[in-house]
Design a protein around this ligand. Structure first.
Ligand code: PAF
Length: 286
C-alpha cells in the first residue's frame, strides 16, 4: 500500500477537502496525535465506512502542545510519521493533515474553546487545562477539515463526551461518532503510551481492564451502591504491582458527574500510573 499523502498546511488541506466536496464526496475525519496503532486503524476503517468508497478520509496527526501540562510527556510523546502513513493507507485514509505547531498556533492566541461541568471530574482535575487544549485544537481541526463526520475512540470516554457537547452547544457542523476501544489479546486497551511500559509494567497492565470487568460483573449482579463499587475497584487497582491510582470513579455516563446509585447509565473510568506511564481505561455500566 502506498503511504498516504501528507499535507502540512491548512491551505493545502482545505483545497483537497474543497475539491472532494465539489465532487460530491462525503468527508470523514479522524483526529489523532500519531504513533498510530491498531486502535487508530479501527477509527480510520470506521471513517472509511462512514464516508463510503468514494468519500475522502482525512486523518490529522498533530501532537498538540496545549493539551499537555508542564510536567507531562509532551516532548517524549512517541512520533512515527512514516509508519503512521503506511497504517493510514492500509486502513483506508486518503490524506494526512500533519501541521507544524507554528501552522496551528501562529501567534499569541487570545481565543479558546472549553466546556464546563463535563470536565469537573476524572481527567479534568488531574490535568488542569487539558480539556481546554483538547477542545481548542479539535475545534480548530474541525474548522480546517469541515468534515461531515468525525470519529473518536471510546477509550478517551470523557474527551469524546466533551467534544460531542462542544459540537452540539456551539452548532459546529458535522457529527461525532464513537468507535469501540481496541484491546490487546490480554485486555490491555491499545494506547500510543503502551510503548513506554517496561516488561514488568506491561505484564501488570491488563489487570486494569480486569478490575473494570470485575466492577461491571458486580453491577450486573445487582450492586447499585457506587461507593461500594468504587472501593472494590480501588482495592483491585491498588493490588496491581507498581500501580499508582490517579483516579477510579463511577460517574453519570452523560454529564460526567458523581452518581450515588447506579440508577441510570454510568461510566466507570480509571487513570493509573505504571511507573511514569499514565494509562486510562473505562467501561460503561451496568
Ligand atoms: O485523542 C487524541 O489523540 C487527542 O486528544 C486529539 C483528539 C487528537 C486532540 O489533540
Amino acid at each position: 500500500m502506498t503511504p498516504v499523502p501528507v499535507a502540512e498546511t491548512i491551505a493545502e488541506t482545505r483545497a483537497t477537502v474543497a475539491a472532494a466536496r465539489a465532487a460530491g464526496r462525503v468527508v470523514s475525519f479522524v483526529p489523532t496525535m500519531g504513533a498510530l496503532h491498531a486502535g487508530h486503524a479501527e477509527l480510520v476503517r470506521v471513517a472509511r465506512r462512514l464516508a463510503g468508497p468514494s468519500g475522502l478520509v482525512v486523518v490529522s496527526i498533530f501532537v498538540n502542545p496545549t493539551q499537555f501540562g508542564p510536567a507531562e510527556d509532551f516532548t517524549r510523546y512517541p512520533r512515527s510519521l512514516d509508519a503512521d502513513r503506511t497504517l493510514c493507507g492500509d486502513a483506508g485514509a486518503d490524506l494526512i493533515f500533519h501541521p507544524t505547531p507554528a501552522e496551528m498556533y501562529p501567534g499569541h492566541a487570545v481565543a479558546f474553546a472549553d466546556v464546563t461541568e463535563l470536565g469537573d471530574h476524572l481527567c479534568g482535575p488531574s490535568r488542569p487545562g487539558h480539556f481546554r487544549g483538547v477542545c481548542t485544537v479539535v475545534l480548530k481541526l474541525l474548522n480546517v477539515v469541515q468534515p461531515d463526520v468525525s470519529v473518536f475512540g471510546a477509550k478517551d470516554a470523557q474527551q469524546v463526551r466533551i467534544v460531542r457537547r462542544m459540537v452540539a452547544d456551539l452548532n459546529v457542523p458535522g457529527r461525532i461518532e464513537i468507535a469501540p476501544t481496541v484491546r490487546e489479546a490480554d485486555g490491555l486497551a491499545m494506547s500510543s503510551r503502551n510503548v513506554f511500559l517496561d516488561a514488568a509494567e506491561r505484564a501488570a497492565a491488563p489487570r486494569i481492564y480486569a478490575a473494570l470487568l470485575a466492577v461491571r460483573a458486580r453491577a450486573r449482579s445487582g450492586e447499585t451502591d457506587v461507593a461500594r463499587l468504587e472501593s472494590a475497584l480501588r482495592a483491585d487497582l491498588a493490588a496491581i504491582p507498581g500501580a499508582r491510582v490517579d483516579y477510579a470513579r463511577i460517574v453519570d455516563d452523560d454529564r460526567m458527574q458523581p452518581l450515588p446509585r447506579l440508577d441510570r447509565p454510568g461510566l466507570c473510568a480509571v487513570a493509573v500510573f505504571l511507573g511514569r506511564t499514565r494509562l486510562i481505561d473505562n467501561l460503561t455500566l451496568p
